[in-house]
Write a protein that binds this ligand. Structure first.
Ligand code: HEM
Length: 180
């Protein structure tokens, strides 16, 4: 994944805890990258190791770290670091969700090595839709839940998220029923 992801994990830890905690997390993960470069790519393994190590140091589960990271990404990293790309996603929560399937294709124009998730929408209605999330990367359901919660916070709109089918339970993808 692009370094911007690992960098955002670092920013989240430093803003919610401190530099020392981040150094402990990196050391426990045995990662000797001094500085992550946003537009360089790194093996996914580094990101997974950081999440597991953060969970151990912060006494949380990896899912709790991923969810907090999703919220941080949408409420801080995206608007503060990638403002124009982010706001192009839509003026309201419902616009953003409807546009989500094509969202990363715009990002790929600027970051060509992007290997984004696939989002598909079914049953779109005025205040609800089904969001289908496909990825070759395992275990990121809680990250998606955090991202969706972050969108609800960012757009100041009450969003209900129900995981109706999950890859963990044997489906080939996750399906969320979203109501706002
Ligand atoms: C300006 C805002 C955003 C930027 C710049 C961005 C960029 C990225 C980047 C660089 C990755 C790592 C993949 C790679 O490097 O190959 C990624 C992954 C991902 N993004 Fe975004 N993203 C943004 C917003 C969002 C939003 C709002 C959502 C969903 C609601 C989202 C969902 C995901 C997911 C689930 C992944 C994990 C990869 C996977 O599942 O395979 N992103 N994004």
């Amino acid at each position: 994944m692009y370094g911007m992801v690992n960098k955002a994990v670092e920013e989240m830890v430093i803003s919610q805890f401190d530099d020392e905690t981040w150094e402990k997390i990196k050391a426990k993960a045995a990662i000797d990258v001094e500085i992550f470069i946003s537009n360089e790519t790194y093996p996914d393994e580094i990101t997974y190791k950081l999440v597991v190590s953060a969970a151990e140091i912060l006494k949380l589960t990896p899912d709790q770290v991923l969810e907090a990271f999703g919220i941080h990404w949408v409420c801080h990293t995206a608007p503060e670091g990638y403002g124009e790309l982010f706001t192009a996603g839509g003026k309201t929560l419902s616009d953003f969700l409807v546009n989500l399937p094509s969202f990363h294709s715009r990002i790929k124009l600027i970051f060509p090595k992007l290997d984004p998730p696939i989002f598909i929408i079914t049953e779109p209605a005025d205040n609800s839709l089904s969001l289908h999330y496909y990825s070759p990367r395992p275990g990121l359901t809680s990250f998606v839940i955090g991202l969706l919660k972050g969108l609800g916070i960012y757009y100041k709109t009450q969003l209900d998220i129900v995981l109706v089918n999950s890859s963990e339970a044997g489906s080939d993808h996750d399906e969320f029923l979203l109501t706002w």
